[in-house]
Design a protein around this ligand. Structure first.
Ligand code: PFF
Length: 456
């Protein structure tokens, strides 16, 4: 342990058992439905390689520096997102308004989990079906099967309940014996399954076509909407601004170097998205299907492909298990921020806190499930409840929190505290500091104004 003069929470906080533990849980948070569901369909609908290139650029220029900043805040605070901000605000002698970073994070993770769990529920249903093998049927039948699922509140709520229970069960186990242990099992398995699927793509599907689709650069395809979609997705995929990274950072000990590990997390997250994209499009192209199928790519196009392919049952099942693992480890990181806040604020035990928070998120998720059927007529600003939550969190709360985190770190905290915590010096520190001070805020402000323009 070094530099012990930092602000510390009154009680010693539990820490991940090693830097590898922190790496796994953070990759677990980052790699999720965003990588396996959103990234492939967004790439498919936004011109393939153009989107990929802009996305990579955003990850490097905005994502990685902010991931470092957010981890730094959490580690310095050693408390929940709100507790952390309280400490840092006091240390900097800044306005209490900056506590907004903590509150937006807590609210954001709570709201995201309510719909994330419903989508993960769809994936559970498809995993179940994949275990029995998808029966060959015409294309329309797969579209119809998905519409039937959405129209059935009982099934949606059943799977959502199961998924929330799975998430709560892990978080109940605590930081190291619950969260870290689950990630230690699921993340390496996820990576192995993914490698197997890419290998399968190389032998049994059309990997070269997928490769061309993702990496054949076409500058003409880059336009404003590609740019904004890619920026927004960079936030989502790295779990930025929503309390998850601050919370995981708060369980990090001071011996671990933040910059290196954050870079490794971003590389792993990007690698998973690209490998998943390769294996998914390899299958899609081999079966002559449509890459730009939108959100239905994972649940309509892929089952159709699996139903026609040699070995489709095993590959299809493994694929959906991979998606479940990815979604599960992300949802754990969405539950923990509120749990740690409730424990800290109300002095409750972890068990009670997990039950209370899970119940709240579950209830909101039931409303999300009903928004696809019984309440589909209910809209606000022209959006159904699901779209409303998605828009509010990924287009408004995430960029806003990211902007506040960048400004707080670079302009409000004392420079020497930041330097001490991040553990960079010389040129590399100045470079990172300038990016967080100027590049990230300006880039985020531009996305933000654009979104307000679209909504307004
Ligand atoms: N990064 C996750 C994904 O790509 O699916 C989603 C996510 C997890 C967003 C945790 C925000 C968060 F705090």
């Amino acid at each position: 342990m070094k530099n012990q003069e930092t602000a510390q929470a009154p009680e010693a906080r539990v820490h991940w058992s090693s830097r590898w533990g922190f790496f796994l849980v953070t990759v677990g948070s980052a790699v999720g439905l965003g990588n396996l569901w959103k990234f492939p369909y967004m790439t498919g609908s936004n011109g393939g390689s153009a989107f990929v290139l802009v996305y990579l650029f955003c990850i490097l220029l905005i994502g990685v520096p902010l991931l470092m900043a957010e981890t730094l805040l959490g580690r310095r605070g050693q408390a929940s997102p709100v507790g952390t901000m309280r400490l840092l605000v006091a240390e900097a002698g800044a306005s209490k308004a900056w506590l907004a970073i903590g509150y937006i994070g807590i609210m954001g993770s709570f709201l995201i989990l309510s719909f994330y769990s419903v989508v993960a529920g769809w994936v559970l249903e498809y995993t179940w079906q994949a275990a029995g093998g998808f029966a060959p049927a015409p294309k329309e039948a797969f579209g119809q099967a998905f519409s039937d699922l959405l129209a059935n509140p009982g099934r949606l709520i059943f799977w959502h309940t199961l998924f929330m229970a799975m998430t709560a069960a892990v978080v109940l186990g605590g930081v190291t014996s619950g969260i870290e242990r689950a990630n230690r099992i699921m993340m390496p398995s996820l990576f192995l399954i993914l490698l197997f699927l890419v290998g399968y793509g190389a032998f049994a599907a059309d990997l070269p076509a997928a490769f061309r689709f993702l990496f054949h650069f076409d500058a003409a395809a880059i336009n404003r909407s590609v740019l904004f979609a890619a920026m927004g997705h960079a936030f989502f995929t790295l779990s930025l601004g929503m309390g998850a990274i601050i919370t995981y950072g708060s369980y990090l000990d001071r011996a671990t170097s933040i910059p290196r590990i954050c870079l490794q997390v971003a590389v792993a997250d990007t690698l998973v998205a690209l490998l998943a994209g390769l294996s998914i499009f390899a299958v899609v192209f081999a079966q002559g299907l449509e890459p730009a199928a939108g959100p239905g790519l994972l649940l309509q196009t892929l089952p159709l492909a699996f139903s026609q392919m040699p070995g489709g049952q095993v590959v299809g099942f493994l694929f959906f298990v991979l998606v479940v693992f990815a979604a599960w480890t992300s949802s754990i990181s969405l539950l923990e921020p509120s749990v740690t806040l409730v424990v800290e604020r109300f002095g409750l035990g972890r068990q009670v806190a997990v039950l209370l928070v899970t119940l709240g998120i579950w209830l909101l998720g039931v409303a999300v499930a009903l928004s696809f059927n019984a309440w589909s007529g209910v809209t606000l600003f022209g959006l159904g409840f699901f779209d409303l939550l998605d828009t509010l969190t990924s287009k408004i709360m995430m960029p806003l929190a990211g902007l506040l985190i960048a400004v707080f770190t670079a302009w409000v905290m004392q420079r020497r505290h930041v330097a001490d915590e991040i553990g960079l010096s010389g040129r590399s520190f100045s470079f990172w500091y300038r990016v967080v001070a100027f590049v990230s805020p300006v880039a985020i402000a531009i996305i933000f104004l654009n979104v307000i323009g679209i909504l307004g």
